[in-house]
Design a binder for this molecule. Structure first.
Ligand code: DOR
Ligand code: ZN
Length: 371
């Protein structure tokens, strides 16, 4: 008999929905994979980095970007969180204003120049000293962290024993957690065993999100054939890291790790002399997460394992952010399906991950999405 089970609709607590006419397609891709709500990243062009439209700063406001998302179809979501991009202009007053107005639930730290549209980021130490993190701690605002040390030279950026994420979690994050012991922190798109260890060791105010690609692939999959659709930041890592990540999500006691796809559409991945960072998993993420669980030996035919999967995909994230899991459902079945490129109005396409790896087959499929 085909394995199939009912799940609550899930929440993608880290996704890039961009700006402009493509947004509707990116939102639709979320809806088609039974996503009940999102945390939509603020590395838009321009960045979403002020609270109110009338504030005199050259950014989009939370209000404005939210409205754009709603107009693009995000009004179908049960939850829509837009974190504030932390820039040189972020002040403790803005945090207070945002918290009191109810518009601000989270802020996003980007390492300066560390990834796509992160040029407005400032070093972590700035926000530790200028009162921003202190205000966030006081008002219960979640800090979403892209955990990589910035400005490293190649050999320290990525090597077998050291990399930008490992250094960040072993040095910067330890200082941050000691200095602000009550600050709610999400270690986003974790890729290393060191990041897993950090989150496990932390209190209940510290959690982590994990993408499908970091649960399925290693750097070996990326370099074998230079599969640039798998190029995202932080980079996929090594076998031992993959094992630590899988162990974290399949642990029956997992309350701290949850889904955040970091689905990051690029209509142009390869450039003249480089590659845009970001994997697109719109439409296919729960199917890929299910595949990763089974790769780890977690048989999703067993009810107790379905429960573990449900916690990771559907309930741990809402519990951490403080909202209710969805009461609507969808069916996940072990029936083969095929992933397809997403078409934009202007004829451009975005290639989802398994297609980008020239393996469009999906082992799982989604049906019966309650609207
Ligand atoms: O690979 C990535 N792509 N990592 C990020 O942090 C940003 C994202 C994007 O916006 O494309
Ligand atoms: Zn991201």
């Amino acid at each position: 008999m085909t394995v199939q089970f009912l799940l609550p609709k899930w929440f993608d607590l880290h996704v890039h929905l961009r700006q402009g006419s493509n947004m509707v397609h990116y939102v639709q891709a979320q809806i088609e994979m039974a996503c009940a709500g999102v945390l939509a990243m603020p590395n838009t062009l321009p960045p979403t980095a002020k609270i109110l439209q009338q504030d005199d700063l050259p950014y989009w406001s939370l209000e404005e970007y939210r409205q754009m998302l709603l107009d693009a179809g995000a009004d179908a979501f049960e939850q829509l969180i837009v974190p504030l991009y932390l820039t040189k202009d972020t002040t403790p007053n803005m945090i207070e204003q945002g918290a009191q107005s109810g518009l601000l639930q989270a802020c996003k730290y980007y390492p300066p120049h560390g990834t796509t549209n992160s040029d407005h980021g400032r070093p972590l130490a700035n926000f530790m000293e200028n009162g921003v993190f202190q205000a966030m701690e006081e008002y219960g605002i979640v800090l979403c962290i892209h955990g990589e040390k910035h400005g490293l030279k190649g050999p320290d950026y990525f090597d077998s024993e050291i990399n930008a994420e490992r250094s960040f979690y072993e040095e910067d994050m330890v200082k941050l957690a000691v200095r602000f012991p009550k600050l709610k922190i999400v270690a986003e798109h974790m890729t290393t065993k060191e990041a897993v260890a950090f989150v496990k060791k932390g209190g209940n105010n510290i959690a982590g999100s994990i993408t499908p690609q970091h649960l399925l692939y290693t750097v070996g999959n990326l370099v074998q054939g230079l599969r640039y659709h798998l190029y995202c930041l932080p980079l996929v890592k090594f076998n031992a890291d993959l094992e630590a990540l899988r162990q974290a999500v399949t642990d029956p006691k997992n309350t701290k790790f949850f889904a955040g796809t970091d689905s990051a559409p690029h209509t142009k991945k390869a450039t003249e002399c480089g590659c845009a960072a970001g994997c697109f998993t719109g439409g296919v993420a729960p199917q890929l997460y299910a595949e990763a669980f089974e790769e780890d030996g977690c048989d999703l035919g067993a009810p107790e394992n379905q429960e573990i999967f449900k916690r990771f995909l559907c309930t741990n994230g809402p519990n951490f952010y403080g909202f209710k899991p969805s009461e609507k459902t969808f069916m996940l079945s072990k029936t083969p399906d095929v992933a397809k490129p997403l078409k934009m109005d202007n004829g451009e396409t975005v290639t989802p991950l398994p297609v980008g790896l020239e393996r469009p087959e999906l082992a799982w499929s989604i049906t019966d999405i309650q609207s």
